[in-house]
Design a protein around this ligand. Structure first.
Ligand SMILES: NC(=O)c1ccc[n+]([C@@H]2O[C@H](COP(=O)([O-])OP(=O)(O)OC[C@H]3O[C@@H](n4cnc5c(N)ncnc54)[C@H](OP(=O)(O)O)[C@@H]3O)[C@@H](O)[C@H]2O)c1
Length: 262
């Protein structure tokens, strides 16, 4: 998709990877519509990039239910939806605060899926669009303290594969982003819990993972939307695990060639 003049809605754009994405999409000529809870931070990023800010809490199903319609009313049609907002609360599964299971599943899986559900019919009515879902290598491997987060990201990754199959033949692209460590607040927080930090240290020591700067991730996501690539995976040395998980999906896709998805 040519990005010049297109509108890109990015969730979780007040900081971290989302803020970097906003900058890179704006550099590519797109107008950005930014969503997160922190209104001041969001206004700041939007002001700098000539975009629009739409403060919302994606943990509030009432706000999520009308979000795409609200952004389109406030800013205009959305051509690209980037579901980037996410959070991990590293802890033992049964020791975590009572609401962590619900909140993580809500933010990292249900809200992105619901936003796709709202955005796709609108995009189709206008002739096309693109969906980017930001998931994690934690949706493939399992790390101590991240069971709930891993399960939510696994759901998001598998959902994105299913969505892509459902959309086959329609003018809507999908990109699944599977990330290892990217230095941001989220990664800092993950290192606060001893068992999670130790498991990451082991992976670094075995050279099974490596930090990737958020700007590099954002560059590759913009490129993937331009070229309609189905995956962005970082670090490259972990991509093999994502490919293994993808294998049965591809085999099913092949076996079901010609069988209608809709
Ligand atoms: N960093 C990594 O190592 C890493 C690795 C794999 C995958 N990822 C994924 O990459 C994505 C971005 O993560 P990041 O590292 O950039 O995290 P981050 O720096 O913590 O930023 C998270 C963003 O999500 C927003 N957000 C959090 N809760 C929200 C809510 N309830 N409603 C609306 N917005 C909310 C935050 O803004 P407010 O606080 O203003 O709401 C912020 O803009 C996430 O999906 C994450 O799971 C990150």
């Amino acid at each position: 998709m040519q990005l010049d003049g297109k509108r890109v809605l990015i969730t979780g754009a007040s900081r971290g990877i989302g803020e970097a994405l906003a900058g890179k999409f704006a550099d590519a000529g797109a107008t950005v519509a930014l969503v997160a809870r922190n209104k001041d931070a969001l206004d700041n990023v939007a002001g700098r990039l000539g975009g629009t800010a739409h403060a919302a809490d994606l943990l509030d199903p009432g706000q999520v239910a009308s979000l795409i319609g609200r952004v389109e009313e406030e800013a205009g049609p959305v051509d690209v939806l980037v579901n980037n907002a996410g959070n991990a609360v590293p802890a033992g599964f049964t020791e975590a605060p009572d609401d962590v299971l619900r909140m993580t599943t809500e933010l990292d899986y249900l809200a992105p899926a619901e936003l796709c559900r709202q955005a796709i019919p609108r995009m189709l009515q206008r002739g096309g669009g693109h969906i980017v879902n930001v998931s994690s290598m934690a949706g493939i491997a399992v790390y101590p303290g991240l069971v709930t987060y891993s399960a939510a990201k696994a759901a998001l990754s598998h959902f994105t594969a299913g969505l892509r199959a459902d959309l086959r033949g329609l003018p809507i692209g999908t990109t699944l982003v599977e990330l290892g460590p990217v230095p941001t607040d989220l990664l800092d927080k993950s290192n606060d819990y001893g068992p999670t930090a130790k498991s990451f240290q082991r992976f670094y020591r075995l050279h099974m993972t490596a930090d990737v700067p958020k700007e590099k991730v954002a560059d590759d996501i913009v490129d993937a939307v331009r070229k309609n690539k189905r995956h962005v995976r970082h670090p490259k040395r972990s991509a093999w695990s994502a490919m293994l998980v993808e294998a049965p999906r591809r085999m099913t896709e092949l076996a079901l060639t010609g069988v209608p998805h809709r």
